[in-house]
Write a protein that binds this ligand. Structure first.
Ligand code: ADP
Ligand code: MG
Length: 460
């Protein structure tokens, strides 16, 4: 009984510290909108970089031809080949291959990583066999690179810093398109990178290709970020001539948002300190799939240090960072069996916790719920911040606003998705939320890159 009480005390404190009542989330949304404006005002004006994407027109459906895309940003990268057939027929063929990145390449050197990617791309192209289309025409590629990049044109940009599980020092400050182009040449692959985009920009582009009301693209996967369509005259830091369209897609890099209104616990602080990028990507560390399982693990470890509810336990596993993954906590959270058999299995398989009561397993589910609800509600607040910045989803605004979301966390974690959607309604209000919708843009980041490559083809 004393053990249960000690454990419950840890959970009660967690519940309180992770609480996100609407008033607090309103503060988060307001702070997000304020940081966005500051980031647009001048370079370095905010922790969120508000990167000018050089995409000033979203695809409109008229794009035609065979284009390639390369999507790099998580633990896997994907190569895509997309046949676009214009307004009526749209995407008539789409083939892709997913390759996992060997962990040692994520912290090695730049030429090894790009060499690995280029060789997989060369193989993908070689397997297609001879294609007469490319007898007198170069292949063209859209490169989705989901890290903060200081973009210098639609097809060039220098890496500002790595995030998530990547840390390759010699790539920072380099033009990632030049690196990829060089690696492709080494492979004898004749292909031109015609667009460099962020995955959020790709998601926005792919979303608006099918639905012109899409104005925001959000990634909720390994990491988290958002892009949106901004009025060019609302971007004081934009240099040179304003784009003809009057618009510009902005990659917010909201993952680096931080604010005193964020609910941060001792677990978040420790996770951040021990991470590859301490002090950075604070919002991302509260929200995204790379971290949720790890936060839960830290809570379970604390419980195991303060109580004996996990029995006589060898803590080696429980002390191993990132051993509990977000898909595992998702599986436990959705466990519908009466005796929480899946929770028992996950605890045993991942953490060697084999001896739990039903009561303890319920407690574990609650921890997953607390951590995931905080994440989903903060993500919703971020979206509301963007909508407020562009004056959408506010009372009196009759325009339809759609948010396209891509990423495994949103796609596969039902509790997360539902919580995000109800929180949006809660924050926007019943009336305004009628004009706002969210939708899954499955693999938008890849398709979006191919679409933007088509729009910037050298043969237009
Ligand atoms: P990336 O973000 O790396 O481009 P994805 O969009 O596919 O790739 O997202 C992968 C991430 O989504 C994983 O790191 C994981 O955190 C999360 N994820 C994948 N499957 C699930 C799941 N079943 N439940 C919860 N989260 C999941
Ligand atoms: Mg992705």
């Amino acid at each position: 009984a004393a053990a249960v009480a000690a454990a419950e005390q840890v959970v009660a404190a967690l519940r309180e510290e992770c609480a996100t009542p609407a008033a607090r989330l309103d503060g988060v949304a307001a702070a997000m909108a304020g940081e966005m404006a500051a980031g647009l005002a001048e370079e370095g004006g905010s922790k969120i970089k508000m990167i000018v994407s050089y995409v000033d027109n979203l695809p409109n459906g008229t794009e035609e031809g065979l284009f390639y895309a390369l999507d790099l940003g998580g633990t896997n990268f994907r190569v895509l080949r997309v046949q676009l057939a214009g307004k009526e027929r749209r995407v008539v063929k789409r083939e892709s291959r997913e390759v996992s990145i060997p962990p040692h390449l994520m912290s090695g050197n730049s030429s090894e990583l790009f060499g690995f990617i280029a060789s997989a791309l060369a193989k993908f192209v070689a397997d297609e066999g001879h294609n007469a289309v490319f007898n007198d025409r170069q292949r063209e590629l859209g490169f989705t690179f989901s890290f903060p990049v200081r973009q210098t044109s639609i097809a060039s940009g220098t890496l500002i810093k790595w995030t998530k599980a990547f840390s390759i020092d010699d790539a920072v400050g380099e033009d990632v398109v030049a690196e990829l182009q060089m690696a492709m040449e080494k492979q004898g692959l004749d292909m031109r990178v015609s667009a460099l985009i962020n995955d959020t920009v790709g998601t926005l582009a792919a979303g608006s290709y099918y639905d012109e009301d899409v104005v925001v693209g959000v990634i909720l996967g390994t990491g988290s970020n958002a892009a949106y369509l901004e009025k060019a005259n609302a971007i004081p830091k934009l240099e040179g001539e304003l784009p003809k369209s009057g618009n510009m897609v902005i990659n917010t890099e909201w993952g680096n948002f931080s604010s005193s209104c964020l609910p941060i616990t001792e677990y978040d602080e420790a996770l951040d300190k021990e991470s590859l990028n301490p002090g950075e990507q604070i919002f991302e560390k509260l929200i995204s799939g790379m971290y949720l399982g790890e936060i839960v693990r830290r809570v379970l470890l604390k419980i195991s240090l303060q109580s004996s509810i996990f029995g006589n336990l060898d803590q080696t596993k429980l002390k191993t960072r990132f051993i509990l993954r977000t898909p595992d906590i998702s599986a436990m959270h959705h466990d519908g069996t009466p005796d929480l058999r899946i929770v028992a299995e996950k605890l045993a398989d991942n953490l060697k916790i084999t001896d739990t009561s039903l009561e303890t397993r319920k407690m574990v589910v609650e921890i997953c719920d607390i951590v995931t609800r905080r994440s989903a509600r903060l993500a919703a607040a971020g979206i509301v911040g963007i909508l407020r910045k562009i004056g959408r989803g506010v009372p009196g605004d009759k325009r339809k606003s759609v948010i396209a979301i891509d990423g495994g966390l949103y796609e596969h974690y039902t509790e997360f998705r539902q919580c995000l959607e109800t929180t949006l309604t809660e924050l926007l209000g019943e009336e305004a939320s009628k004009s706002v919708a969210v939708k899954l843009a499955n693999d938008g980041s890849g398709l979006g890159a191919a679409l933007i490559a088509a729009a910037h083809s050298q043969y237009l």
